[in-house]
Ligand binder design. Structure first.
Ligand SMILES: Cc1cc2nc3c(=O)[nH]c(=O)nc-3n(C[C@H](O)[C@H](O)[C@H](O)COP(=O)(O)O)c2cc1C
Length: 152
């Protein structure tokens, strides 16, 4: 049944985000697609983060994170942030801006959030954040992941 479950998931078209967070002298970024909007009042987002991911230990209630919706031209960043590179090397890409919380300046959109709740569940934690500010480039060309591949 698990194989069938995975088969079903592979048929879905997923938007690709990079989640970034920083605390004291630690900074992490990771590619995520288990992301959804929770509510409009207040504007809130949830992202499912594996407990083994380096970024997991950085998230806490009251801390900030950015969710960066990638465009089709950012496959390289999606790959870098999902294992091709590790740790701080992920931030060597020129698209990063470190003016406050790290964010990707050429992303389709950036959602800047403050973590309100963490719900640990099985292998993952649902990290729920209220949206403090939104940057939208106006582009409508999101990077899509389906069947283990990026659509370009
Ligand atoms: C398209 C795509 C979507 C992903 N979505 C998630 C996700 O929603 N949650 C998650 O915990 N990992 C997700 N991953 C896996 C992480 O990006 C990957 O394990 C990453 O290397 C974790 O960071 P770390 O190596 O610093 O621990 C995804 C990977 C890819 C390629």
């Amino acid at each position: 049944m698990k194989e069938k479950f995975l088969e079903v998931l592979r048929t879905t078209k997923q938007n690709v985000f990079v989640l970034a967070a920083e605390h004291e002298d630690e900074r992490h970024a990771m590619t995520v697609s288990s992301v959804f909007s929770v509510s409009l009042e207040p504007m809130s987002m949830a992202v499912s983060v594996n407990k083994n991911a380096s970024l997991h230990s950085l998230v806490d209630v009251g801390r900030k994170f950015s969710l960066n919706l990638l465009t089709v031209s950012q496959i390289d960043i999606a790959e870098i942030c999902s294992g091709a590179e590790e740790g701080k090397i992920r931030f060597e890409h020129p698209d990063w801006d470190f003016s406050e919380i790290p964010f990707l300046k050429n992303a389709q959109s950036n959602l800047f959030c403050t973590c309100k709740k963490i719900v640990p569940l099985y292998s993952h934690s649902l990290v729920i954040g209220e949206v403090d500010s939104v940057v939208h480039s106006g582009k409508m060309n999101p990077l899509i992941y389906q069947d283990g591949r990026y659509e370009s």
